[in-house]
Design a protein around this ligand. Structure first.
Ligand code: ADE
Length: 419
């Protein structure tokens, strides 16, 4: 049995069914897995991956293992693990896994340290906790690390800040920056799965609700679009003038949070930032307002501030805590402010994770084969990988497109033809 700390190994057969179900919608990862099994591009490579432990992640880990890698996996969030999948990874697929849904912060960091005992050559992060732990607590392991990859916006922000301080110790590819990642995963994945998580937690009807979406990056665009599609009146709050303009021209009301606070029935933060909703906003909200976060960390809502204002807190249904304020208004916080799409639902659907994780697999292959040429910095995804993932996905969806004729190619590469 491989090293592990999972909830219950007897859940493994349910986990296998779930992993196989996700695989049906992950044809690009399947193609990569098949090639990896033949070519073994990751032979001898030890990977420590800190990702949400879901059925989609399991399919990625299986593909990496097929490529010859030894993989150790830990959770990138205390509430996102699918315990049956974790059990299956250990018991049926021989992948070391350290993840239990609902683990406390100490266990969460303990699991990261256990996954690092694997002594990785490459790392794979969703939020940069492996990189942070390696740089702060386990610098002794850095010598043998070749490179890493990072899945998400928040993680890329942390890595760039580490690099700007001159402290980054190995090259990392920001997978989030691939078009085949953020245009689909962040937009359609977060859009659908956030509403899914809130619906499963609360069973609300979206039609007619005023929904305040904070942040109009790709995730915010997806959430706003889907809330509108369900019949909600959507208000967007932003700090970036270009994003705010986009939201306005996409047809949404745009205003500061202090003006939106009294109007919203549901608040959804997707800023990737700190304390978007604070005490001064809670004080203005309607009785019964629902508060959810779908950004990576649970700091987008000021939860200590909410606790400060409250005279009572009780859990009213799974993932829903009722806070009673001193004037007896009640606010409902979902999933402890942790990303609601993975806390109360199953995260992004497999069909988009297929592209994100195809990028992860191909970028890991790339850093291993280009290890001698890489400088210590944060790289974007090589264009040839991004385009290949797009091409394979179209092929899997049986969608055919035109290609340029020779004349069109010539025109596109020349400056001579004008009016
Ligand atoms: N991030 C968002 N959705 C996810 C999923 N289904 N699996 C892994 N990571 C995710």
């Amino acid at each position: 049995m491989v090293n592990n700390d999972v909830k219950d190994l007897t859940l493994a057969s349910d986990g296998v069914k779930r992993i196989e179900w996700a695989a049906r919608e992950m044809p690009v990862v399947e193609l990569i897995r098949d090639r990896f099994s033949k070519e073994k591009p990751l032979a001898g490579i030890k990977i420590t991956a800190c990702l949400h432990v879901t059925s989609e992640t399991a399919n990625l880990a299986i593909a990496l293992k097929a490529g010859g890698a030894q993989v150790a996996l830990c959770a990138s969030n205390p509430l996102s693990t699918q315990d049956d999948v974790a059990a299956a990874l250990v018991d049926r697929y021989g992948i070391s896994t350290f993840a239990i849904k609902g683990e406390n912060n100490d266990t969460y960091y303990q699991h990261i340290l256990q996954a690092l005992e694997h002594r990785p050559h490459t790392t794979m992060d969703d939020g940069a906790d492996i990189v942070a732990t390696l740089h702060e607590e386990r610098q002794d392991l850095l010598e043998t690390v070749i490179a890493g990859t990072e899945e998400t916006t928040t993680g890329v922000i942390r890595l760039r800040s580490l690099a700007n301080e001159g402290k980054l110790k190995y090259p990392i590819i920001a997978v989030n920056e691939a078009d085949t990642k953020h245009l689909f995963d962040n937009r359609y994945g977060t859009g659908q799965s956030t509403l899914d998580g809130i619906t499963r937690a609360t069973n609300i009807l979206w039609a007619g609700k005023s929904v305040v979406v904070s942040g109009y990056g790709w995730c915010g665009k997806g959430v706003s679009m889907r809330a509108k599609g369900m019949g909600s009146k959507v208000i967007v709050t932003e700090v970036d003038p270009i994003h705010a303009l986009e939201a306005a021209m996409d047809g949404f009301q745009v205003m500061p949070m202090k003006d939106a606070a009294p109007l919203g029935d549901v608040f959804i933060t997707v800023t990737g930032g700190w304390h978007t909703l604070t005490q001064k906003h809670y004080e203005l909200m309607k009785d019964g307002a629902i508060l959810a976060n779908s950004g990576h960390f649970n700091v987008e809502l000021d939860i200590p501030g909410l606790e400060n204002l409250s005279i009572k807190r009780r859990n009213v249904r799974p993932f829903v805590d009722e806070y009673t304020l001193s004037d007896h208004r009640k606010l409902y916080l979902l999933g402890d402010g942790r990303l609601i799409n993975l806390t109360a639902a199953e995260g992004h659907p497999s069909v988009v994770m297929d592209m994100s994780f195809a990028n992860q697999a191909l970028c890991t292959e790339y850093v291993v084969s280009h290890r001698k040429d890489l400088k210590i910095k944060v790289y974007g995804v090589p264009d040839e990988i991004d385009r290949e993932v797009g091409r394979l996905k179209l092929e899997a969806m049986n969608i055919h497109i035109d290609s340029l004729t020779q004349e069109q190619r010539k025109y596109a590469s020349s400056w001579r033809d004008g009016t």
